[in-house]
Write a protein that binds this ligand. Structure first.
Ligand SMILES: *Cc1c(COP(=O)(O)O)cnc(C)c1O
Length: 414
């Protein structure tokens, strides 16, 4: 057993946040949203400041805040005018909210497989899943780097689809010099406690499309009671929610956004140090970064090359954990295998929305539909959930040493 070091919890909250929150508390206005067409339809000072800061930072025309990114995703899917029974192609290798945002409009998630190296949705697999009912692609910039958005947009153009990017795990990641999340019709970021920067709960949707932005703002704030005064003629999905962010969260977000770049810089140098050691270990495949991308390492996803290493990934992770490496996991969600899809029971108990007229009976969620993502979870993938910690050099050295010691005990055939 190694020495168990203290790993300090990642905590980006400090004096800057406290000062701004106190301003909100002193004002007494903890939210300024009103569900009426007028200035306060867009929220209070800090909500608008946060949105305008995000617009500037991400060089995007519209940034729209939500009480969570799950809410933002639901608003995005509604805004594109999804019809009940429409198919949306999505990756299984993500947090469940990516697929639930589709189901919440009674549309049908269809899972495409992922690229084995980037873990993002595979455009070739997307192509093979397109049918007459396909309306959109929901792509996830998973673990910290962008999906192949040029290819997805090319497919979308050809088939008349919309593309939504779930960039919850990759705020600040670049693709070809532009921010992940801003490269498709709509995208967005989570401000949940577990993400790089956070407001406790919260999310920001981004888009360069005026019409989609207006619709996404409507859905955020009781759309049905606004559309008359706003003279909105397209009533599709103008079924409103209260997805509004409070002024307190927005104030925290204003301070948090300023910290994103410094946080990413530290993450980058931590990874550089770790990789200077881990890259020497035979059969350990480190995260592959697409040549057009920068990676912000929400989680550090590795693979075991089973042609070289004869031990199972489970055995390796157990050995590393016993030595004291925290936060390792062999799992990642394969959403199609969740009971909701296996049983096709979502709303009520009779199979809705898969029972809607026109929904293809052959849509399958059986094990085997996404062989790459399934093989990763079953056999080759494991991860170090790095975002939980503010790592010291001592922590990094300790982790690298544990890997080196475990590797010296493995059955390696070169
Ligand atoms: C965290 C996360 C979400 C949900 O964001 P919330 O703000 O927690 O609702 C959605 N998708 C992905 C990929 C995530 O990691």
């Amino acid at each position: 057993m190694g020495v168990h070091l203290e790993f300090k919890k990642h905590n980006p909250i400090g004096e800057e946040e406290k000062a701004l929150v106190n301003q909100v508390l002193d004002s007494g206005k903890l939210s300024q949203f009103v569900a009426e067409w007028g200035p306060d339809f867009l929220g209070g000072n800090f909500v608008r400041k946060l949105e305008s800061d995000f617009q500037d930072f991400f060089s995007v025309k519209h940034a729209i805040s939500y009480n969570s990114w799950t809410s933002g995703l639901i608003a995005a899917v509604g805004a594109i005018g999804i019809e009940p029974g429409d198919e949306v192609i999505v990756t299984p290798w993500t947090m469940s909210a990516s697929a639930m945002a589709i189901l919440h409009w009674n549309a049908i998630p269809v899972f495409a497989d992922i690229d084995e190296r980037t873990f993002c949705i595979d455009p070739e697999s997307v192509l093979s899943k397109i049918t007459e009912r396909t309306k959109a692609i929901l792509s996830v910039d998973v673990m910290g780097q962008s999906a192949n958005t040029e290819k997805l947009m090319e497919i979308a153009e050809k088939y008349g689809l919309k593309v939504i990017s779930d960039t919850a795990q990759a705020p600040g990641a670049m693709r070809n010099g532009k921010f992940a999340g801003t490269l498709t019709h709509m995208g967005g970021y989570s401000l949940n406690y577990h993400k790089h920067i956070h407001t406790g709960e919260g999310g920001i949707l981004v888009t360069n499309d005026d019409d989609l932005a207006l619709r996404a703002r409507m859905i955020r704030n009781h759309a049905e009671s606004i559309v008359g005064d706003a003279k909105v003629s397209n009533l599709s999905n103008m079924v409103g929610f209260n997805f509004r962010m409070t002024e307190i969260e927005a104030a925290i977000g204003v301070a948090q956004l300023k910290k994103l770049k410094p946080i990413l810089k530290i993450r980058e140098s931590d990874i550089k140090y770790l990789e200077s050691r881990l890259s020497k270990l035979p059969g350990l495949l480190l995260p592959y970064v697409d040549q057009n991308n920068t990676h912000v390492y929400y989680t550090y996803g590795m693979r075991v090359n089973l042609n070289i290493i004869k031990n199972s990934k489970h055995e390796i992770v157990e050995k590393l954990t016993n030595k004291g490496v925290p936060n390792l996991a062999t799992k990642f969600p394969n959403l199609h295998l969740l009971p909701i899809f296996q049983e096709k029971i979502a709303f009520g108990n009779k199979g809705f929305p898969w029972t809607l007229p026109g929904v293809r009976k052959e849509i399958s969620y059986k094990k085997g539909i996404c062989p790459v993502s399934e093989n990763l979870v079953d056999n080759t993938f494991f991860q170090f959930y790095i975002n939980d910690f503010d790592l010291s050099l001592e922590n990094l050295d300790f982790i690298a040493r544990c890997f080196e010691e475990v590797w010296s005990t493995l059955d390696i055939r070169q």
